[in-house]
Design a protein around this ligand. Structure first.
Ligand SMILES: [Ca+2]
Length: 267
């Protein structure tokens, strides 16, 4: 394995991918990942986004960049830059090749740095759902009112009626400093649990979902929140806002992990 390829193909990531992505063109087998390696681990220390892991999806002037100015661990972290003035932007990185072990139930951990805050309204941060985000169905962690943790089910696949179920009031996100965000996403039944710096920080559980009525059609009946997503394929991290931001916003991510069990803080 050449030094460059070994940096791009971390052992934990190799677990999550078809081995051809990691082995193509190499004469020797890579080191076997540790038995307890997580399904996905991304610390951005390669200095760039591994395109075999991450699909970059942006709208407008929003950007996603691996940079070295604001980091949690090591020398690099992800910056999502949302410029003021233009509505409807987003910047995301999406992992689309994770294994079946996290298809219906998964845990996540990421360190976030929010600067200087988030605009009022609904802000999206991270999600897991069907292929094609943002035009898909997914469980999401975002913010309401520009600050409070908001867990929600978002039904946004254009082939089915639009709808959402959101959690009630939750505590605010820290701003201007790194914090540890953890989450548990379950699709059977659909539920979300979150922790900030190890403390319970909101949940969405035991809910029913009612899609919006199409124009001129009767309102759909409410259904139990169970297998609404039909499996997690796109694991998205970034920032989205629908309004016109009054200032520039930057959301930084570092030390992202997806696994089948709760992860906890960095060691
Ligand atoms: Ca890092």
């Amino acid at each position: 394995m050449t030094p460059i390829r070994s940096r791009l193909c971390l052992p934990a990531v190799c677990l999550a991918l078809t081995t051809t992505a990691c082995l193509a063109g190499q004469g020797a087998a890579p080191p076997a990942p540790a038995a307890d390696a997580p399904v996905l681990a991304e610390d951005f220390e390669s200095g760039s986004l591994n395109k075999s892991v991450w699909d970059v999806r942006t709208a407008g002037e929003a950007t996603v960049t691996v940079q070295t100015t604001q980091v949690h661990g090591g020398k690099s972290a992800l910056q999502v830059h949302y410029p003021k003035g233009t509505p409807g932007l987003y910047g995301f990185i999406v992992a689309t090749h994770l294994p079946d072990s996290v298809r219906t139930h998964c845990f996540g951990r990421a360190y976030l740095f929010i600067s200087p805050g988030m605009p009022g309204g609904h802000d999206a941060l991270l999600s897991a759902g069907t292929p094609g985000w943002p035009n898909s169905n997914f469980l999401e962690l975002g913010a309401s009112g520009g600050k409070n943790v908001m867990a929600s089910y978002q039904q946004n696949d254009p082939k089915v009626p639009r709808g959402e179920t959101i959690s009630k009031a939750n505590p605010p996100y820290p701003v201007g400093k790194w914090f540890c965000l953890e989450w548990e996403f379950n699709d059977a039944p659909d539920s979300i649990t979150t922790w900030i710096d190890g403390q319970p920080s909101g949940e969405l559980k035991g809910f029913s979902f009612k899609a919006r009525a199409a124009a001129g059609a009767p309102a759909p009946a409410a259904v139990p929140g169970n297998k609404l997503v039909t499996g997690f394929s796109d694991f998205a991290f970034g920032f989205r806002y629908w309004g016109s931001a009054k200032t520039d916003y930057d959301i930084y991510y570092d030390d992202i992990v997806i696994d089948t069990k709760r992860i906890g803080p960095t060691k």
